[in-house]
Design a protein around this ligand. Structure first.
Ligand SMILES: [Zn+2]
Length: 286
């Protein structure tokens, strides 16, 4: 696959396969990951935008400042208007800041199950969706179709994985942050269903790379497999600890996974809270 860096920034050269500290977390870049399909953002947050023959589809605005920057980045590659904004899921660190696109006339789309979250946790910077989907859905604009895929409850209950039809690149927000363990403590995570989702994605042979909601511009499928194996190792360690009579305090203090996972970004920061979340999953039933 040909990668073309539109906005130059030497941010990622120092990233090792194990996800060592990058030199620059915040410099925003635009990377063409398939013809007309762009990964946009910085290490801290990332979105996808798709240039079609009849306008632009973009995913998460990420915030009002980011939306301004992303709109300028889109203008660098096309003078087409933004016609759709698709939310990947309900979390505020991805969906806020879309008013600029609303003012341009874009139609906002999310999974239907995001709506109760948006209503129950209102935010002045959130543009409510105009349309919702309840399962898999093909969003066609001009010469491209963005496939919206729903895998049920995992990282929350309204996550959409996306793929421009005919490409081998997925947009997988937050289910995987490449070479990272991710946050461990969010109450809306369903760890078992999350691992099931990663297995279902892994079994598909129609993709080889993905753009995540955070991290490097595009990552190989093996980074998703690593994350799935990390989660299974974490869940086994907690399960074994409970079977051996360990209570939360002991698990929290002593959790340690095999060395291959300790090299993942964020391991030392998040592993104890991740273990706490899994402990409650097995002892509280959710
Ligand atoms: Zn999230």
């Amino acid at each position: 696959m040909r990668l073309f860096l539109i906005v130059s920034a030497i941010c990622y050269a120092a990233i090792s396969p194990a996800g060592a500290q990058p030199l620059d977390l915040f410099t925003k870049t635009t990377t063409e990951v398939a013809p007309g399909v762009y990964s946009y953002g910085a290490f801290t947050a990332r979105s996808l935008f798709v240039v079609t023959s009849d306008g632009v589809i973009t995913t998460d605005p990420v915030g009002s400042k980011n939306a301004v920057d992303m709109r300028a980045a889109i203008a660098e590659v096309t003078d087409q208007p933004v016609k759709y904004v698709v939310y990947s899921h309900q979390h505020w660190d991805h969906v806020l800041g879309g008013q600029l696109f609303k003012d341009e006339g874009a139609t906002f789309i999310s999974h239907d199950k995001c709506i109760p979250h948006f209503v129950g946790h209102p935010n002045d910077d959130l543009v409510m969706p105009d349309q919702t989907v309840t399962g898999d859905h093909d969003l066609t604009l001009g010469d491209k179709t963005l496939k919206l895929m729903y895998f049920g409850h995992n990282h929350g209950d309204c996550m959409l994985v996306m793929q421009v039809d005919g490409t081998d690149v997925l947009y997988i927000n937050d289910l995987v942050t490449p070479y990272s363990v991710g946050l461990g403590f969010m109450p809306d995570y369903d760890p078992g269903e999350w691992v099931r989702t990663l297995h279902e994605l892994e079994a598909r042979d129609d993709w080889t790379e993905f753009v995540g909601g955070h991290g490097i511009p595009v990552a190989p499928k093996e980074a998703m497999v690593q994350r799935r194996r990390y989660m299974e190792a974490l869940m086994k360690a907690v399960r074994d600890g409970i079977a051996n009579g360990q209570r939360l305090e002991a698990l929290y203090d002593n959790i340690e996974l095999p060395e291959e996972f300790r090299e993942m970004r964020g391991y030392n920061t998040h592993i104890r809270r991740a273990a706490e979340r899994i402990y409650h999953y097995y002892t509280m039933g959710w």
